[in-house]
Write a protein that binds this ligand. Structure first.
Ligand code: PLP
Length: 373
């Protein structure tokens, strides 16, 4: 079985985790938290890192730290993982959806301004599958309308926009370290920022808003702490992040080379200003491919090859049929996002994928296509 994505745990992970067990520093106190925060923030070219329990809580925490809540609107892509929208809903604010564009699979920046109202407080661009958004354009719009920008960089560790790292391009950025992300802590996340106040606020809110005297609380906090054990893994992973990023890029180039003359398959985008890290190697099937996305995925599964569908757009999620969310506007034209959902899937993308495995996946796709002509 070639799985769609597996973590690569061949560095100091076991050694550092063992150290946590030996020293009994297994909760959220311990040196690995600070070491991991420092290492990952430094890698991402920012000043502060605040490690948290997962990527979703990272986004929620960032929004809370910026004071976003009921009555506010936050602009997000409809083509994203559900967590981006859920984090906005947790605050009581309203997500406002923007369609995708086909030449990056990211939010269409030309549609952002038409979604801004007096209630808009922030924009959350998502660097989809490792390709950064056009951040100059987004930051210009935000500046003009006095909005915060929060990067959802959960899929873009190490990606670059005009030579600058994803996560360093906005007020505050959020990462996930779930098992399939570029680096993993099993479950985990981080908020990173250059802003001292935002970092301080995140540290406070992540830990129940504990202050002195202890057990006297002035605001609603959360338990979004990461454990020292997770951070130990995260530090070991960060030591190897450069290798992971390079492997994914090399694997993507190999896929693209082998797939380029397969009829009906479109390979992932890359703008000239972008360093796409290909967190997942996505393909789009167009009309000249003989099978549907679901048929191809099923046929590959039969041959022991794991794939995943592209995201189901948020505006069309059945959860919004609940009258509780009737304030969320799900109408409008989101054709590109629907198109991506209907025709997109990603192929096995682990960092340690071998050339032979890539060849096997491509051969299987070619054979399946040929058998169905
Ligand atoms: C993975 C992911 C998240 C959520 O991260 P979790 O750690 O699973 O909570 C958020 N946004 C995007 C775009 C993601 O891909």
């Amino acid at each position: 079985m070639i799985r769609v994505c597996e973590p690569t745990l061949s560095g100091n992970e076991a050694k550092y985790v063992q150290d946590c067990l030996q020293t009994t520093m297994i909760s959220s106190m311990g040196d690995y938290i600070k070491k991991f925060e420092h290492a990952f923030a430094t890698y991402s070219q920012v000043k502060h890192g605040v490690a948290v329990s997962n990527g979703t809580t990272a986004i929620h925490l960032a929004l809370e730290a910026l004071g976003i809540g009921p009555g506010d609107e936050v602009i997000i892509p409809t083509f994203t993982m559900i967590a981006t929208g859920n984090a906005v809903l947790y605050t009581g604010a309203t997500p406002v959806f923007v369609d995708a564009e086909l030449d990056t699979w990211n939010m269409d920046t030309s549609q952002i301004e038409s979604k801004i109202t007096e209630k808009t407080k922030a924009i959350i661009p998502v660097h989809t599958y490792g390709h950064p958004c056009d951040m100059d354009r987004i930051n210009d719009i935000a500046k003009k309308h006095n909005l915060f920008v929060i990067e959802d960089a959960a899929e873009a560790h190490g990606a670059e926009y005009k030579g600058r790292k994803a996560g360093s391009l906005s007020d505050v950025a959020c990462f996930s370290f779930y098992a399939n992300k570029m680096i993993t802590t099993g479950e985990g996340g981080m908020v990173i920022t250059n802003n001292d106040q935002i970092a301080e606020k995140c540290r406070l809110l992540r830990n129940h808003a504990f202050v002195q005297p202890r057990f006297v609380h002035h605001q609603l906090g959360f338990n979004y702490r990461m454990t020292n054990i997770q951070a130990a893994m995260g530090l070991a992973q960060t030591e190897n992040i450069q290798t992971f990023v390079e492997s994914r890029i090399k694997n993507a180039q190999r896929y693209t080379e082998l797939l380029k003359d397969v009829q009906g398959i479109e390979c992932p985008p890359k703008k000239e200003w972008a360093k796409n890290v290909y967190w997942m190697y996505g393909i789009l099937l167009n009309k000249s491919f003989p099978l549907s996305k679901d048929q191809l995925m099923a046929a590959l599964r039969e041959r022991g090859i794991g794939t995943r569908s592209f995201f189901h757009p948020l505006h069309a999620q059945p959860m919004f049929n609940n009258p509780k969310y009737k304030h969320v506007d799900t109408s409008g034209n989101f054709q590109k996002s629907q198109y991506l959902w209907q025709n997109g899937l990603y192929l096995p993308s682990s960092s340690h994928l071998t050339d032979a495995q890539i060849q096997e996946v491509v051969n299987a796709i070619k054979e399946i296509a040929r058998n169905n002509l």
